[in-house]
Design a protein around this ligand. Structure first.
Ligand SMILES: [Zn+2]
Length: 248
């Protein structure tokens, strides 16, 4: 597992398996609001943390709480998933009591195929002889309106629809940090893929929607593989759009 800090409020944790990226984001709470909440005004320690997607290996998930603590990020009050593929849904194995939020489209997918993520996780673990201390329970999933906004501390995340790779999903802009969390798009280690429920036209429309977000971001975090700067991510976007258009 590799951990990189993109900004004082943003960490990227990359799993040793599948190079899945998990993004940890901290939103500050302004001193006044903090005092109202019972914190120490002006201490600046008040903040809220969300964890977006997840690493894959049990040891990596177990290490997440200590990692956040070391980085002086408060324990997460929310988990987010960019989409409903099992490899992005494992946050609750690290933080069992924390609610999972996702796009309405993802909540709908999880409702329509209960147990799918658990089945795929079990099959994956079986192949690789991975043992987990407890089964995955997604709990009550919170559906977020997309496009929309979601507060973390006194900051806001922007949520943008990102279907195509699958039928569901969202990309997340961490505006104050210049970070775009793209979901399973713009990867340099995985060609553009249509999974179950994926759709070519929706994929191309998502790339188009992501274009201005990529252009104005400083760092683009794909679902899998290296974090890209804006210029490189734009190249990848064009390459993927061209490859998919040719395929039709
Ligand atoms: Zn994935």
């Amino acid at each position: 597992m590799r951990v990189v800090s993109l900004h004082r409020d943003v960490l990227v944790v990359t799993s040793a398996l599948l190079q899945v990226n998990c993004v940890v984001v901290r939103g500050a709470i302004e001193p006044d609001a903090e005092a109202e909440l019972g914190g120490v005004a002006g201490a600046g320690a008040g903040a809220e943390t969300f964890v977006i997607d997840s690493p894959v290996l049990p040891d990596e998930l177990d290490a997440l709480p200590a990692l956040l603590e070391q980085a002086h990020f408060p324990a997460p009050s929310g988990l987010l998933a960019t989409h409903g593929d099992w490899d992005h849904l494992l946050g609750r194995l690290a933080f069992p009591g924390v609610a999972l939020g996702c796009a309405e489209s993802t909540a709908e997918r999880l409702r329509a195929s209960p147990g799918e993520a658990q089945r795929e996780l079990r099959a994956f673990d079986k192949d690789l002889l991975i043992r987990r201390p407890r089964p995955l329970a997604l709990g009550s999933v919170q559906a977020l309106p997309v496009p929309g906004r979601c507060s973390v501390g006194d900051r806001e995340l922007e949520l943008h629809a990102a279907p195509g790779h699958t039928a569901d999903g969202m990309a997340i802009v961490i505006g104050w940090a210049g970070v775009l969390v793209a979901g399973d798009y713009l990867s340099t280690v995985e060609p553009p893929t249509l999974n179950d429920g994926g759709d070519l036209d929706a994929y191309l429309a998502t790339l188009k929607r992501l274009h201005p977000l990529v252009a104005s971001a400083e760092h683009v975090v794909p679902g899998h593989g290296p974090v890209l700067d804006s210029g490189r991510a734009l190249e990848v976007l064009e390459e993927h759009a061209a490859a998919l258009t040719q395929a039709t």
